[in-house]
Each structure stands twice: as structure tokens, then as C-alpha cells.
Design a protein around this ligand. Structure first.
Ligand SMILES: *Cc1c(COP(=O)(O)O)cnc(C)c1O
Length: 384
């Protein structure tokens, strides 16, 4: 079955629920066992099937089954946010004295988790140049347990050589993890590229409406119990309503992403022609440094990218941003609406230098009419 059909059929079976198209939302803490045998049997395998609300409900399992099927992962584990997916994936494999390699362009809170929580645990983080491919092997030593990727980076959009890094990690017995939020399983089949763990902030495109926090970890069978035990031990569980919203969002993910992607590229190309714009950071543009890798490994581009203005004052920047009509200013992305955010790459990297002068601005292209969005940005640039 093709991916787009899997999006529609995965995680539901109307015959099992009176012919009703969607699975019900189960709200649960207590699960009753009919007898002592059943209780004891369930206690021996607490990570499979219903056991207690914290371990998941049939709604959770339906969302997980759909995510796993979509990315051709053997298993999926839903958690309460994208950051929880990151924290659980790292904590499951790291102990005191261990070493983790993290891409230097990683999502800010991932860096904060490594620099604070992991550091306190006695785990050492080395940030690496995201453009490093198979040379990642020279940074691995006997203490290295995990290599963490994010491609493209969600602020500066460098594309990593994901298959090469996954291959080197596998060769050294190191677990490879990717934050695959930008591409979703539709546009980067990370597990098929050899990555062990592909995690997603389902908060973004998967739920798709800026109304839920949700994360998911897609992985191989051999890592399932370890990851699930970590999530359960930390008391991390997503709400049933959120899992249902994730499942619901999946059904329209393909059509939404296609439009987000098309509009983003249209805006990116328009920005390239504007005198106020120094450079556009979008891997689907033919002159982007990451274009060749993007074309080789990805099956599409979503709606998030950045551009760099020629140097401006804060007053000029405020004049541009404050008057926008369609672009809201705020964190997150992946909902139906357009967003814009000034970002500061130098403050978020340590292994590499950010040498571009000028303000970096991140754009999320929503589902509005692209002409309205371009007119809004044109008026913004005029206010500069
Ligand atoms: C938003 C985001 C996260 C975190 O997701 P939350 O659900 O907000 O915790 C992780 N990675 C990337 C790339 C993100 O954009």
C-alpha cells in the first residue's frame, strides 16, 4: 500500500467498532482484570495492551499503530510532547559516564536538556557540525551511546547526510536518533534510511491545528521495551484527546503538507528577488547548499524555512514585524496559520560559527492564499 493510502487506513478498523469510521476516545486510569490469572498475566507484560491508564489506552495504541505504519517502524510510543519524545529517547540509552553526539543546529530546548539535565547526570554532550557526514565516526569513542540528528535544522535548515550518519552509528553500535518533525514520516522515511529512532513533535504538522501537545517515538522492536519503560517510569503519558487529535490530523496530513510546502516555496522564491533579503534558507531551492542531499533523501518540503535580511536596526525590524496582518508572532508551527519569528542562530550553537550578518527570520507558511501572504510580507519589507 502506498503511503498516502496508509495515512487513511492506519490505526482504525470500523468492523471492530460497530462500523463507526473512527476509533472512540477512551479515557482511562483504572483497567479492571476479570480474575487473578488475568491480573498476573498482564503484570508480566505491562507494556503490551491495556494495563493502566498511564501505559496507554486503545486510543493511544491506535495513534501509535498509525504512526508506526506510516514510517514503516516496528513500534511507536506516544508521549506528552515533542520535547518528551527527545528526553525519553536520550534517557533510555544514556547513563553516567556516557557520551552523546548532538547536531549543533538542534532545536533549542534539546540543547537545554543536554546542557542541564544530562550534564547533571554525568553524561557528556559533544555538539557536531551538522554538515559532517560519515566523518561523524571520528567523534565517536568507546563511551558514545547515541548520535542525535535534526534535519533540516528547524532554524537554519542545514540538511544532514542522514543515511551516512545512521550507517556509521550502526557500525559502532551507537543508537541513531533523528528529530524528524520538519519532514514528518511523509517526507523523510528516516527508518528506511537506517535511523534507529525517528521522533516527532506531533504538536506541529501531525495534529496540525495548533491545539494540542503531543510527541511520538518511532523505533525498532529491539528498542521498544527500553523506550516504553523509560516513558512509563518518568510518568510520561499523552492524553487520550491529544492522541485522538493526532490520529485525526494524520488523515489530512498529505493535503495540508502539500499546500504548506507549495506556499512556502512560492514565498521563498519571491523573497529571493527582494533587495532587502540577503539569503533564503530553504533546502528545496536549487541554489541552497543542502539541496542535493534534500533531493536525494527527502520526498517533499514542508512549510517552514528562514530568510536573512540585510542588517537592519531593531526599530526597522519592529516596523516590519509588528504590522503584519496574516503572520502571527509566536512559538511552534505546523498549524493551519502563518507564523513569523526573529531568531538568533549564534546564541544557539557552540561547535560551529554563524557568520552571516543580518537578522534571521523564520517563516511558517500557513494555508492562507499565498498572494495575501506575499502582499503582507511586501508591505512589511516596505515598512523597513
Ligand atoms: C517544537 C519542536 C519540538 C518540541 O515539540 P513540543 O511538542 O513543543 O515539545 C521538537 N523539535 C522540533 C524541531 C520542534 O520544532
Amino acid at each position: 500500500m502506498k503511503k498516502r493510502s496508509r495515512l487513511i487506513s492506519a490505526g482504525r478498523d470500523p468492523r471492530q467498532q460497530h462500523g463507526i469510521v473512527n476509533p472512540p476516545v477512551y479515557r482511562a486510569s483504572t483497567v479492571l482484570f476479570p480474575d487473578l490469572d488475568a491480573l498476573e498475566h498482564a503484570s508480566r507484560r505491562p507494556f503490551e495492551g491495556v494495563y493502566y491508564g498511564r501505559h496507554g489506552t486503545p486510543t493511544t495504541f491506535a495513534f501509535e499503530a498509525a504512526m508506526a505504519e506510516l514510517e514503516r517502524a516496528e513500534r511507536a510510543i506516544a508521549v506528552s510532547s515533542g520535547l518528551a519524545a527527545i528526553a525519553v529517547s536520550l534517557l533510555a540509552f544514556l547513563e553516567q559516564g556516557d557520551h552523546v553526539l548532538v547536531a549543533d543546529n538542534v532545536y533549542g530546548p534539546t540543547r537545554i536538556f543536554c546542557d542541564n539535565f544530562l550534564q547533571q547526570m554525568g553524561v557528556q554532550t559533544t555538539y557536531y557540525d551538522p554538515l559532517l557526514g560519515e566523518d561523524i565516526k571520528y567523534l565517536m569513542d568507546t563511551r558514545t551511546r547515541v548520535v542525535f540528528m535534526e534535519s533540516p535544522g528547524s532554524l537554519t535548515f542545514e540538511v544532514q547526510d542522514v543515511p551516512a550518519i545512521a550507517r556509521e552509528a550502526r557500525a559502532q553500535g551507537v543508537v541513531s536518533v533523528i528529530d524528524n518533525t520538519w519532514a514528518t514520516p511523509l517526507y523523510l522515511p528516516a527508518i528506511e534510511h537506517g535511523v534507529d529512532i525517528s521522533l516527532h513533535a506531533a504538536t506541529k504538522y501531525i495534529t496540525g491545528h495548533a491545539d494540542a501537545m503531543l510527541g511520538v517515538i518511532n523505533t525498532r522492536e529491539e528498542y521498544f521495551t527500553r523506550l516504553k519503560r523509560t516513558a512509563v517510569t518518568l510518568g510520561n503519558c499523552p492524553g487520550s484527546e491529544e492522541c485522538n487529535l493526532g490520529l485525526r490530523g494524520l488523515r489530512t496530513l498529505d493535503v495540508r503538507l502539500e499546500r504548506h510546502g507549495r506556499t512556502a516555496l512560492q514565498i521563498a522564491e519571491w523573497l529571493q528577488g527582494q533587495p532587502e533579503v540577503r539569503r533564503v534558507l530553504h533546502p528545496a531551492l536549487p541554489d541552497d547548499p543542502g539541496h542535493a542531499l534534500w533531493q536525494r533523501d527527502f520526498e517533499g518540503a514542508s512549510g517552514l524555512f528562514s530568510f536573512i535580511l540585510n542588517p537592519v536596526s531593531r526599530t526597522q525590524l519592529a516596523a516590519m514585524l509588528d504590522g503584519l496582518e496574516h503572520f502571527g508572532m509566536g512559538y511552534s508551527w505546523g498549524g493551519y496559520e502563518s507564523l513569523i519569528l526573529p531568531v538568533d542562530p549564534p546564541s544557539l550553537r557552540t561547535a560551529t560559527q554563524w557568520e552571516e550578518p543580518g537578522q534571521v527570520i523564520r517563516v511558517h507558511a500557513g494555508l492562507e492564499d499565498p498572494e495575501d501572504l506575499i502582499a503582507d510580507l511586501a508591505a512589511g519589507l516596505a515598512r523597513l
